[in-house]
Design a protein around this ligand. Structure first.
Ligand SMILES: *Cc1c(COP(=O)(O)O)cnc(C)c1O
Length: 400
């Protein structure tokens, strides 16, 4: 039987390969940073890295690494328990308080990843008589989380507030008891920002709650890095925020939900990915505490990130590339066809620029791209070199 299944798996893999959609992982041999080393056929090579979620450059920050080491020295390596049995240390509660204070909410709850936070929230908070209304471009973890809940499901076209209003009316017509709107704060593949003030107004009018997944914003966007609620002016009208410790806030791992006390308390009692999965390690927890401290104070890094983003975006536009407009450090270069995106990534790779081609199923078919991301770990010189490489590679492939 296994032999038959292996044949079946091989057929699927061959099809993925034939479609030009096969993903190959390159091995980085250095720490995550603005410049990295990686293994290639021609031995170890160096590159400028344009595809990490390392927006403020904290992923290899010495103070965070030192805090993580100190956390391991004082609190040990592993927890070997879920939180409610014997897996809660003072460090976990300190980090939850710190995140809640930073994002100006009552309390917070930690998860192994934001994927788990999004897997937990809908099933725990909503029942069959409730409704969840979700943006069509929301992250895969939100889509999966919504699937796990028994609530009625509604979807609106990306950032389309008229459609959102229509869905709110439909939910009311269907007799929904509670309505919950959920959106990415920044849409990760395109880099644009959700229309939170308009959404908050609709939520108020129709009596709905607003949940924002701010993974691509917390730490680097908005005043103090408080994310899209601050950036857009929606502020406390965003009721609940889900986020990650795996991007700007140190880049290691872990996720969280922050919001009203009763919501966090209910999640702590009922959320399955929280109840049935191990507690975060002391090193990660202590490192994340330091990362939040650093991020809150990092106006200089946020200013640098914005400056480099503008420079890179402008340079690509001037060279004739097609970009998706936006104001975040996510700068997608559109190539449409998956194979072209792969070839462009290879051409850039040869020119010492590390990027990833994104194609179906991560983005819609025919909308393949190189998604670049700026980082405060890069220098002006790095950005100039990356622009030169893009122009060179773009000309070689007749993209520009
Ligand atoms: C990265 C990301 C996640 C997943 O976060 P992890 O902590 O890595 O699981 C969830 N939602 C969005 C929008 C993301 O960008």
């Amino acid at each position: 039987m296994l032999g038959k299944f292996e044949d079946h798996a091989r057929e699927i893999l061959a099809q993925i390969e034939a479609d030009g959609l096969y993903k190959r992982e390159r091995q980085i041999t250095s720490a995550q940073d603005g410049r990295i080393s990686f293994k290639s056929e021609h031995g170890e090579r160096q590159a400028i890295n344009l595809c990490a979620n390392n927006y403020l450059g904290l992923a290899n920050h010495p103070e965070i690494a030192a805090a993580a080491k100190a956390g391991m020295d004082s609190h040990g390596y592993g927890m070997a328990s879920v939180r409610f049995i014997c897996g809660t240390q003072d460090l976990h509660r300190a980090l939850e308080r710190r995140i809640a204070d930073y994002l100006e909410k009552d309390d917070a709850i930690l998860f192994a990843a934001c994927f788990d936070a999004n897997g937990a929230i809908f099933e725990t908070l909503l029942e069959a008589e409730d409704a969840v209304i979700s943006d069509s471009l929301n992250h895969a973890s939100i889509i999966d989380g919504v699937r796990l809940s028994k609530a009625k499901r509604f979807r609106y076209a990306n950032n389309d507030m008229d459609e959102l209003e229509a869905r709110l009316k439909e939910a009311d017509a269907a007799g929904a008891r509670f309505k919950l709107i959920v959106t990415d704060g920044v849409f990760s593949m395109d880099g644009h920002v959700a229309q939170l003030p308009e959404m908050a107004d609709l939520a108020e009018r129709y009596g709905a709650m607003v949940v924002v997944d701010d993974c691509h914003a917390t730490g680097h966007l908005g005043e103090g890095g408080r994310g899209t609620p601050t950036l857009t002016g929606a502020g406390s009208k965003v009721d609940i925020i889900t986020g990650t410790l795996g991007k700007t806030l140190g880049g290691a791992m872990g996720g969280f939900i922050t919001g009203p006390q009763a919501v966090i308390d209910l999640l702590r009692q009922r959320a399955r990915p929280y109840l049935f999965s191990n507690a975060l390690s002391p090193a990660l927890t202590a490192g994340a505490l330091k990362a939040v401290d650093l991020a809150e104070q990092a106006d200089d890094l946020r200013e640098k990130l914005q400056r480099l983003s503008k420079k890179f975006r402008q340079g690509l536009e001037d060279a004739g590339f097609t970009l998706i407009p936006g104001r975040t450090p996510i700068i997608p270069v559109m190539l449409e066809e998956a194979e072209l995106a792969q070839r462009m990534a290879q051409e850039l790779d040869r020119r010492g620029v590390f990027v990833a081609g994104f194609f179906y199923p991560v983005v819609p078919k025919g909308r393949a791209r190189i998604r670049t991301q700026m980082s405060a770990a890069l220098s002006e010189t790095d950005v100039d070199a990356a622009l030169d490489a893009f122009v060179d590679a773009g000309k070689a492939l007749k993209v520009i």
